[in-house]
Design a protein around this ligand. Structure first.
Ligand code: ADP
Length: 563
């Protein structure tokens, strides 16, 4: 038995597939010892009740080890242990063992790992210990912690006091049996085991270091006053492996910088674990937990943290995408409803308005002579208003049709120059009325891929805007040019221009620029232009500076022979 086994190895936080401690102990056994260990192992597996299981283990082990006593001690409040089972039948369950009188118990309580004195006559054994052992003819002693889940962190102990030296095979057997017992007890339901062992501490269950450590999602260890590891979760066992110069890979004491930081944690809360390739930050430590144990928490390994960060980000992203998709769906639904409402309302208004306008025009034709100048002015204003409303309704219907994707468009070769000429002819009187010179500069024979009617609508809209936003004496020019495989129609004016802040939004529905007070409108013309041009497979953009004028560009593919 080595002087000390790392706690992480003696108290495995979860069952390893092959237990290194059991393997080592088995290797030290003589054939008879192996047979006894086998028998005890069968008993351990077959018995579910803790009491009979412990009693039979204690008596069977004592019989195999020779003269002396084997007992199982359960910690009680006040630093005492209660004898739960003993091979010496003279001892009863009510007997209390005072820890001060038993150095091996003090040691196992302090370190959390087995304490063994194989032969009291060994010169390395100190006088105090020898005299403590010598009473009652005890020549060797051992204490094995087999369960740690009490509030104080004191273990349940399998204790040997033998009248013969604890030589290799005996020690191997005792170690193996103690560890098999440990495996068995840790697999039984904890509350039930505690109950059967009579662990009656008031706070039992409220603080269970083993469970607490297992539940913690980060590496954590429980250390004693000297920084020795008493218990650890598997995350910490993995993280600490090979640090601190431990040969077996497990760490026995925490190589911390500063040493035992919790001693002065009122002033500093930083510590790192040294002794590895790079220092590992300690996240913090708890207040003392009974029996001078301190819970030390480590930062997870950077790789683990990175992976969990990634997982968190991916989850958050997926949530956001879902929210976005739902919001988009809602917006689409709103847009559909608005579009349906606009189109229904416009349809309802269209016919009565046409009738109203025709009556007004008839009145104007037939009664003009009989009206006073003022009456005639009112009538003209009414006709003008009706026309504007009709125009607005036509625009709303176009927009609804474009939004709904059911505006009839038939693409084919379109002589752009003719379309421009027709639009300019139509708007000539309006230009003359406003005192604006309207002209064209068009290349010949350019055929674009478009729909003549829709393209006419686009050009008319842009020219009308040019006329609307250009003062008397200004000019509007419509150009047609070729650029590679594209035809470019541009409408230039030297009117009021558009401010840079308004520019990005002028193609949106119902948006009017700050300059729009110079002319009437509903802010739909450019929105229709943009949708139409997109439907025709082209693009539209604007270049403008306030006070200088604007240039609207429409780019369309040239006709290449395919519809
Ligand atoms: P409307 O002319 O009915 O307001 P439009 O959609 O046609 O609506 O135009 C949107 C806005 O773009 C206008 O309110 C105006 O501010 C600006 N705009 C359009 N064309 C011109 C132009 N040629 N010159 C200056 N501003 C213009």
């Amino acid at each position: 038995m080595p002087d000390r086994v790392p706690v992480t190895a003696w108290m495995p936080s979860s069952e390893p597939p092959v237990c290194a401690v059991c393997e080592q102990a088995r290797a030290d056994l003589a054939p008879e010892g192996l047979a006894v260990a086998g028998e005890i192992a069968v008993q351990l597996i077959s018995r579910g009740q803790v009491g009979p299981l412990v009693e039979s283990t204690v008596s069977r082990l004592a019989a195999a080890l020779g003269p002396g006593r084997v007992s199982m001690l359960v910690p009680e409040a006040g630093g005492k242990w209660r004898v739960f089972a003993s091979s010496d039948l003279s001892e009863t369950h009510d007997l209390m063992v005072d820890v001060e009188r038993y150095p091996e118990l003090l040691e196992v309580r302090r370190t959390g790992v087995p304490f063994v004195v194989g032969d009291a006559s060994d010169p390395r054994v100190g006088d105090r210990l020898r005299s403590a052992l010598g009473s009652g003819g005890v020549t060797s002693t051992a204490a094995f912690p087999v369960l740690v889940f009490t509030q104080t962190g004191d273990p349940v102990v399998l204790k040997l006091s033998l009248h013969v030296p604890l030589d290799g095979p005996r020690l191997g057997l005792a170690t193996l049996v103690a560890h098999l017992l440990l495996h068995r007890l840790s697999r039984l339901p904890q509350a039930e085991t505690a109950h059967q062992l009579g662990l009656t501490h008031a706070a039992l269950g409220a603080f269970d270091p083993g469970t607490l450590l297992r539940l913690l999602p980060i590496p954590a260890v429980l250390v004693d006053e000297e920084g020795r590891i008493v218990n650890s979760n598997s995350r910490a066992a993995w993280l600490l492996r090979g640090r601190g110069g431990a040969v077996s890979g497990a760490v026995e004491a925490l190589p911390l910088e500063p040493d035992r930081p919790w001693k002065g944690h009122a002033t500093r809360w930083e510590a790192t674990l040294s002794g590895g390739k790079e220092p590992l930050p300690v996240l913090g430590w708890s207040n003392r937990t009974g029996a001078d144990r301190t819970l030390v928490l480590f930062e997870p390994h950077p790789e683990t943290r990175r992976r969990s960060d990634e997982r968190r980000i991916r989850r958050a992203l997926a949530d956001k995408l879902r929210e976005l998709a739902a919001a988009n769906q809602m917006l689409e639904e709103h847009a559909r409803r608005r579009s349906r409402f606009v189109s229904d309302a416009a349809h309802e208004l269209k016919t009565p308005l046409a009738i109203l306008r025709s009556y007004l025009e008839t009145l104007d034709d037939d009664l003009a002579d009989g009206l006073s100048a003022e009456q005639r002015e009112f009538l003209r204003a009414a006709i003008h208003g009706a026309r504007r409303l009709q125009r607005l309704i036509a625009e709303l219907l176009d927009l609804a049709a474009l939004e709904g994707g059911h505006l009839a468009i038939s693409l084919g070769p379109v002589a752009a120059r003719q379309v421009i000429a027709a639009a300019v002819d139509e708007l000539g009187p309006l230009a003359a009325q406003g005192g604006v010179v309207l002209s064209t500069r068009c290349v010949d024979g350019l055929q674009v891929r478009s729909d003549p009617e829709r393209l006419g609508q686009v050009v008319r809209n842009l020219v009308e805007n040019g006329l609307k936003y250009t003062r008397r004496g200004g000019e509007v020019i419509v150009n047609l040019a070729r650029q590679g495989d594209r035809g470019i129609i541009s409408v230039h004016d030297n009117g009021v221009g558009i401010s840079p802040e308004a520019l990005p939004r002028i193609f949106d529905e119902f948006v009017r620029g700050p300059n729009s007070q110079v002319a009437a409108g509903a802010g739909l013309g450019l929105a229709i232009v943009r949708r139409l041009v997109l439907a025709l497979g082209g693009r539209v953009w604007v270049d403008s500076s306030p006070g200088q004028g604007s240039r609207f560009f429409v780019e369309l593919p040239l006709w290449s022979g395919d519809a």
